[in-house]
Design a protein around this ligand. Structure first.
Ligand code: DX5
Ligand code: ZN
Length: 217
């Protein structure tokens, strides 16, 4: 059975009315709220951090799926748990001691997820996949919303699906970047379980209907 989860990314929300956009997600069929944290070092952009996540958590009725695009995530595992993260994603490229980082996320009671940049091959997860709740495949280079989907991501998802089937069938595959109805349908076919979508949802005329349609692609 395939999971068809949707995680709207609030990177494309209206930050001057963030509470309203969170309420919209609460009322929709979305499964998670995707929160993109960027430090201006690992990625060439700065977004928002712990104080904003805390406020989002006060309003949100859906689990917070926090994507850390920061160069040194280890000291921030506990602060993000305290801020309200349910799922914490770290980038493979930022974690020299990934096993330790994953254990620390799980020991805080959060779901642990690892993200791969477009150039990072899936096989680097061979010896850590058994410990993961989710893998996030970046289908654009991280740092900005509204970029074009990188088609090589489909191949990575199929490879990852095989690895997961043989080693840890409960692990979910999430995909982030350039997701719309067309790429989304292909991604579910390739084996994705969770679609992140920012600009496509928030720029649509009826975001609640757009989220609903993602669930039935
Ligand atoms: C990019 C972020 C994404 C971003 C996706 O670095 O990780 O979550 O919000 O935006 P869209 O859906 O517009 O490509
Ligand atoms: Zn993201």
């Amino acid at each position: 059975m395939t999971t068809r989860f949707v995680a709207p990314s609030i990177l494309s929300a209206d930050f001057s009315n963030l509470g309203q956009d969170i309420e919209m997600i609460n009322e929709s069929e979305a499964d998670y709220i995707h929160c993109d944290v960027m430090d201006g070092v690992f990625v060439p952009n700065i977004s928002f951090g712990i104080p904003v996540i805390e406020k989002v958590a006060e309003v949100a009725t859906k689990p917070l799926d926090v994507h850390l695009m920061i160069s040194n995530p280890d000291p921030f595992v506990v602060p993000f748990r305290k801020a309200g993260a349910s799922i914490l994603t770290v980038h493979y490229e930022t974690c020299p001691h990934l096993h330790r980082t994953i254990q620390s996320i799980k020991s805080e009671g959060m779901k642990a997820s690892v993200c791969l940049n477009p150039h990072t091959p899936v096989h680097v997860l061979d010896d850590i996949i058994v410990d993961l709740d989710m893998v996030l495949i970046m289908s654009v280079n991280p740092g900005f919303g509204g970029q074009t989907f990188i088609k090589n991501s489909y191949k990575k998802i199929r490879l990852l699906k095989e690895m997961i089937a043989s080693k840890n069938p409960k692990c979910l595959i999430e995909v982030d970047g350039g997701v719309n109805f067309e790429t989304g349908a292909n991604l579910y076919d390739a084996g994705a379980d969770v679609l992140v979508s920012g600009s496509f949802i928030f720029k649509s005329d009826d975001p609640v209907a757009t989220i609903r349609k993602f669930k039935s692609l």
